[in-house]
Design a protein around this ligand. Structure first.
Ligand code: FAD
Length: 279
């Protein structure tokens, strides 16, 4: 790897005291890698509105750079404005702006608001206060009608005021490089940071990937499915994802955004294997 990349770590809001303690312990260790920021996800349909906001403002009090994920979910403008005000007051200066999904079983209870509209809404009400990240999909969003449409809508998010993008995870670096080229051809010149999902539990990963449209290459699936010992899965996962990160950074990716799943070891081991220095 040529340079130390921009690094960020994603958490989900814990539901229990035990989960909260684990998140704090994970944060403590990952902080040593000097990340640009941490981020905290938002439950589909706004189901974690309060837990996300509480953990974000709590972590912010410790002085770390932290970005809440945000979507309209089923909320009205007033509720979203209230959250933006709360984040501003607590010193948050970055938001991951999303359309989000509806929680399974809720059907179409509310109309989802596209991310470009949320970006425009945040800019309208808070000016340039927040650095706005949006989601991008090198293997294309599962609901997209075409590759070109998806890139056009991503461009719409930048035109509305987004600053940079974080991608869905993938295991094929060519998908990322091709996507970034196509984005550049469409006039997108903002950073598109690859999302990195460490591999620990392959069964869970395969199920999750089916839902979010991330492809697991056949050779990787075959190899993983032949293993019986979880330690073998973790070992190959570490090797494959470290190689992926190296290829991405050497090929010009502007950073790495890790989906930590609130676990310290899978992410920390990759960073150590990449030679990222701890402070
Ligand atoms: P959009 O950019 O609005 O796109 C949604 C779909 O509609 C796409 O198919 C797009 O091509 C199409 N589209 C976009 N704009 C328009 C338009 N104006 N007109 C017509 N079609 C349009 N989900 C959560 O619930 N909580 C999270 O915290 C969360 N964090 C994430 C973090 C990252 C880095 C990523 C990559 C995804 C995350 N997701 C999260 C998942 C995300 O919410 C889903 O993938 C969701 O289905 C799409 O959200 P979006 O912001 O990409 O939507």
């Amino acid at each position: 790897m040529t340079d130390t990349p921009r690094i960020s770590f994603e958490f989900f809001p814990p539901k229990t005291e035990e989960g909260r303690n684990k998140l704090y312990a994970t944060r403590e260790v990952l902080q040593a890698f000097d990340p640009d920021f941490f981020s905290v996800t938002y439950g589909a349909g706004g189901t974690t509105r309060d837990t996300t906001a509480n953990i974000v403002t709590e972590l912010r009090r410790d002085g770390i750079s932290i970005a809440p994920h945000l979507s309209f979910g089923g909320d009205n403008e007033e509720t979203v404005l209230g959250l933006l005000e709360r984040y501003k007051e607590s010193g948050v200066d970055r938001i991951v702006a999303l359309r989000g999904d509806m929680p399974s079983g809720m059907g179409a209870v509310a109309q989802l608001v596209y991310a470009n509209e949320l970006v425009a809404f945040i800019r309208r009400h808070t000016g340039d206060h927040f650095h706005l990240e949006v989601a991008a999909y090198p293997e294309i969003h599962p609901e997209s009608e075409s590759y070109d449409d998806d890139i056009r809508y991503l461009k719409g998010k930048f035109d509305a005021g987004a600053n940079s993008a974080l991608t869905q995870y993938f295991y094929n670096p060519d998908a990322y490089f091709f996507f970034v080229d196509q984005c550049a051809k469409a006039g997108i010149d903002a950073p598109i940071v690859p999302g990195i999902m460490p591999i620990t539990n392959f069964t869970n990963l395969a199920r999750f990937s089916r839902n979010c449209g991330a492809e697991i290459p056949r050779w990787l699936r075959q190899r993983m499915e032949s293993y019986r010992d979880p330690a073998d899965i973790r070992k190959l996962g570490l090797e494959v994802v470290t190689d992926l990160c190296e290829t991405l950074i050497d090929g010009g990716a502007p950073g790495l955004h890790f989906y930590t799943m609130n676990q310290v070891n899978p992410t920390a081991e990759i960073l150590k294997a990449l030679g990222v220095a701890e402070k």
